[in-house]
Structure formats: structure tokens, C-alpha cells
Design a protein around this ligand. Structure first.
Ligand code: FAD
Length: 292
């Protein structure tokens, strides 16, 4: 990847990705690039397209498992301030896709704007939340999106309007190479009432998810009309372990990584869960997390 020399000051070669993900597992990226301006970002994207260099975008790493061998090509992170602004105007919150979802929720709440507060406690960035339509059965980020600014593989900026966007549980049709920023249209409400709803949602979320363990988001999508967590529990797989990876007992659709775990342990546990659920219910579980 000699052509990347032009980006040397924003590139880390052979950079371990584990610290950038919630699982804290997996090997290095051939190049981790953290642009500081849109022009730099566009030049990197264009270069990768022209030279056929594989390109991945990493947000907060809450929904990604990196394989132990790491990955070829470029991993981009929108970690600079140019990609993380959060601004409020009337009932709209406009946020860079590198901003944390938490920052957007707290800014909206401060301005008495309601809608996103029950997403509190979901780790990660605005970009990752949009791509994965972060949320739960009661509320998803997609419901509040007015527009999304994106970058195509040639580094050109475009805008997707509400009418073009499709959101499903755990996914969206936002498959453009880079999501840059988004506008959320929210409702006015009393800040104290918003905070009360936020506290309640926080308590509920924390009661149903792994606490103080290394983990990622939900491993599998819910099959139509069923809950992946319930199927895994009914297959008696809660607390099943492969190496340092264990099915979480609070919510069986999470896997926690104990000290010494490898990405391979997690992948073997995923296959074990899949095959047992297939045997018992004749249902194939589809992955929700991204495996790189
Ligand atoms: C403990 C825990 C609890 C969780 N609870 C929930 C929950 O209740 N509900 C829920 O929905 N999720 C949950 N998650 C999963 C995860 O936090 C969310 O899916 C989150 O929205 C992912 O955002 P991220 O920035 O971490 O994305 P990443 O994991 O970094 O990336 C996810 C995907 O989005 C893509 N992506 C990220 N940013 C961009 C961008 N700017 N442009 C283009 N593509 C991009 C990546 O390429 C990847 O394909 C949980 C995770 C953990 C660890």
C-alpha cells in the first residue's frame, strides 16, 4: 500500500484494532487512518477505490468482531473533531457520524428535545447507530432521522432524504461507504420528563445486558416473530463456554470475552450456538454483529 504515503501523518501501520472495539479482541489493521478533514477523508476513499484497497469504517466498535489475524487494507475512523460536531437548531439535532450517540442524546435533552433518550446506554457512534439502526423493540434511531449525508466510493458527498431511507431491526439501507452526518427531527418536551424516561430506559437496558465484561452487541438478529435470546436459552446454551468466550447469562444473545479469550473462541462459540439452535428449532440464526 505504498500509495498511502501521502497520508502518512494520519496513518498508523499494522495497528492493533482490539483497543478500538468493545470485545477488545482481534488482530491489527494493515493501516488505520484517522482523517482530520473531509478533504482528507475524500482523498483516502478515492485512493482505496482506485487502487482496489479494501476499506472498512470503524465507529465505536460496539458491533464489530475483528478476527485474530486482523485485516488487509484500510480501516477508517472518523475520530477527529471535524466529524463529531453536534448542533441544535429549532427541533433538529444535526450530528457528525463520528460523534458518540451519548453526546447526541445529552445535547438533545439539554435543549428539551425528545425521541432519542430511551436509546441511552447503547455504546458507539452516530454512524454505527444509523448503519445498525440501533435501538430496541420500543424505539429505534431510524424513526427520528430526517436526512443523512454520505460519501460515495469516489469521495463525493451526497444526501439521502427520509423518503429514501429504510430501517429494519438491526439494519438499514444506508450502505454507502461512509456516513458523514445526520439530521434528527425531535419533539419538544420538558427536560425533567425526558431525563426521567432516560433513567428508566438506562435501568432496563443495564438489567438485560452484560455488565462490566468485554462484549459486543447482540450476536444474532431476531428471526421473524421470535427472540434469538429466548431460542438460545431454550436450547440450554446460557453460560456455555468455548475457551474464554461465554454465552451471557443475563441475555443469551450476548457473548462475553473473559481474560485470555480470542476472536477464534467467539467464532467457535457462535458456530456452536447456531448449530444447536438449528438442530432444536430448525431455524438458522443470522449474524447481527459484523465479523471482520
Ligand atoms: C454492551 C453493549 C450493549 C449494546 N446494546 C445495544 C442495544 O441495546 N441496541 C442496539 O441496537 N445495539 C446495541 N449494542 C450494539 C452497538 O453498540 C450498536 O449497534 C451501535 O450502534 C454500533 O455503533 P458503533 O459506532 O459502535 O459501530 P461499529 O461497531 O464501529 O460498526 C458497526 C457497523 O457500522 C459501520 N459503521 C460505523 N460507523 C460508520 C460510518 N460513519 N460510516 C459507515 N459505516 C459505519 C461499520 O463499518 C460496521 O459495519 C450494544 C453493544 C454493546 C457492546
Amino acid at each position: 500500500m505504498a500509495g498511502l504515503d501521502a497520508f502518512a501523518d494520519i496513518t498508523k501501520r499494522n495497528e492493533p484494532l482490539a483497543p478500538y472495539t468493545y470485545f477488545k479482541l482481534g488482530g491489527p489493521a494493515e493501516a488505520l487512518i484517522q482523517p482530520t478533514t473531509r478533504e482528507q477523508l475524500s482523498a483516502v476513499v478515492k485512493h482505496c477505490q482506485a487502487e482496489r484497497v479494501p476499506l472498512h469504517i470503524l465507529g465505536g466498535g460496539g458491533n464489530v468482531l475483528v478476527r485474530d489475524e486482523g485485516l488487509r487494507g484500510v480501516v477508517l475512523r472518523l475520530s477527529g473533531p471535524a466529524f463529531a460536531t453536534v448542533e441544535v437548531s429549532d427541533r433538529e439535532v444535526r450530528a457528525g457520524c463520528g460523534a458518540s450517540l451519548a453526546a447526541v442524546i445529552s445535547e438533545a435533552t439539554r435543549h428539551g428535545l425528545a425521541g432519542l433518550e430511551t436509546l441511552v446506554g447503547i455504546p458507539g457512534s452516530v454512524g454505527g447507530a444509523l448503519r445498525c439502526n440501533a435501538g430496541d423493540r420500543a424505539n429505534e434511531i431510524g424513526q427520528h432521522v430526517r436526512m443523512v449525508e454520505v460519501m460515495d466510493e469516489r469521495g463525493r458527498i451526497d444526501q439521502r432524504e427520509r423518503a429514501e431511507l429504510k430501517f429494519a431491526p438491526g439494519s438499514s439501507n444506508l450502505d454507502d461507504p461512509v456516513l458523514l452526518s445526520a439530521g434528527f427531527e425531535l419533539d419538544r418536551d420538558d427536560p425533567d420528563t425526558i431525563v426521567k424516561r432516560m433513567r428508566k430506559a438506562w435501568i432496563q437496558r443495564k438489567a438485560n445486558q452484560p455488565l462490566s465484561f468485554q462484549a459486543a452487541g447482540r450476536i444474532f438478529k431476531d428471526p421473524r416473530g421470535r427472540s434469538a435470546a429466548a431460542l438460545i436459552e431454550q436450547a440450554n446454551l446460557a453460560k456455555t463456554r468455548v475457551g474464554g468466550a461465554e454465552v451471557c447469562d443475563r441475555n443469551a444473545n450476548f457473548i462475553v470475552a473473559h481474560p485470555g479469550a480470542t476472536a477464534r473462541d467467539v467464532l467457535r462459540l457462535i458456530e456452536l450456538v447456531r448449530s444447536r439452535v438449528q438442530e432444536k428449532f430448525a431455524l438458522e440464526l443470522e449474524l447481527e454483529i459484523a465479523v471482520w
